[in-house]
Design a protein around this ligand. Structure first.
Ligand code: GUN
Length: 293
């Protein structure tokens, strides 16, 4: 069993970007600038956004963090997005999800101009991705592809089972794994809460991507010997023995599943780290495009 070390691969991606950004600056070109919007005080969202901003600093990007109260009006948020769309200093915009009930996520995603949609959630980017055209790929699936690529994992002809059909992870992942590309060419089964024979399907899988957000959902009896398991889950579970009062749990019962796998991602230190690296890659891409790259 080999661990797919997201922390290590993310660091390699970030080191590479750091050099590229230094080269941009040296050539008198733009410094990539990511603007992040955080609404409310959701603990997990706070942590993710802080981590994104910190990574910008690490690799030499500029960043702007804009915070709104939980009660912010939709129109106020949309106006701020418009401002960022029009700001030529800003190369990438992300609005951390989920958003409070009074705000339509769909409207928010549609308002971010596609060229700055480094999360890859805009219908234009999704459409291009589906057609295999150059586009921003949502950061978590993109990070997973970078991980598979780094470890030279052959995906061609394999049966991949993706559990979870969210727009952020499961659905784009299923599309990317089925694409005619070096990290695709899988036969993909996309499973969700209405899938009847999930265990049987998982037992047929060469690759399982668990992205349903239920701690330790995937157990050893659902995994065939030698499978590749990618764990996207990062749920906070109360744990009084921890300083913060919670532990982070993946969607995979790691201790018992890992011995059966050829490769597995740990939580933490797996997919989460790669998500941020992929976001940084997309933001760099935004600047390159402005120079015709
Ligand atoms: N919430 C969970 N994952 C993501 C992500 O990749 N981007 C944004 N903006 N919000 C998220």
């Amino acid at each position: 069993m080999q661990i797919l070390d997201g922390k290590l691969v993310a660091q390699a991606v970030k080191d590479d970007l750091k050099k590229k950004v230094a080269a941009l600056k040296q050539a008198g070109k733009k410094t990539p600038h990511l603007a992040a919007i955080l609404v409310g005080n959701n603990g997990a969202s706070e942590t993710y956004v802080a981590s994104k901003v910190k990574t910008c600093e690490e690799i030499g990007y500029a960043s702007t963090l804009i915070r709104f109260e939980e009660s912010v009006a939709e129109a106020t948020l949309l106006k701020k997005i418009q401002e960022l769309n029009d700001d030529t200093e800003v190369d990438g915009i992300l609005v951390q999800l989920p958003l409070p009930g009074q705000i339509s996520e769909e409207k928010v995603i549609n308002t971010i101009v596609a060229e700055k949609d480094v999360d890859g959630f805009h219908p234009s980017n999704i459409g291009k991705m589906v057609q295999g055209q150059p586009a921003y790929i949502p950061a978590t699936p993109y990070g997973i592809l970078l991980l598979l690529e780094h470890y030279k994992i052959e995906t061609k002809g394999k049966h991949a089972v993706v559990i979870g059909r969210s727009n952020i992870v499961g659905r784009p992942m299923s599309i990317l794994l089925s694409q005619n590309s070096s990290t695709g060419n899988c036969t993909v089964t996309l499973c969700h809460s209405y899938t009847k024979n999930l265990k049987e399907l998982c037992l047929q899988a060469d690759i399982i991507v668990a992205a349903l957000g239920k701690p330790e959902f995937l157990t050893a009896d659902m995994v065939k010997e030698g499978a590749i398991v990618i764990d996207v889950g990062i749920t906070r579970v109360e744990d009084k023995t921890k300083k913060k009062g919670y532990a982070i749990k993946g969607d995979v019962a790691y201790e018992t599943v890992a011995p059966k796998c050829s490769y597995i991602t740990p939580v933490p230190g797996g997919v989460g780290a790669m998500t941020i690296a992929a976001l940084m890659q997309n933001t760099y891409q935004s600047v390159l495009r402005q120079y015709g790259g």
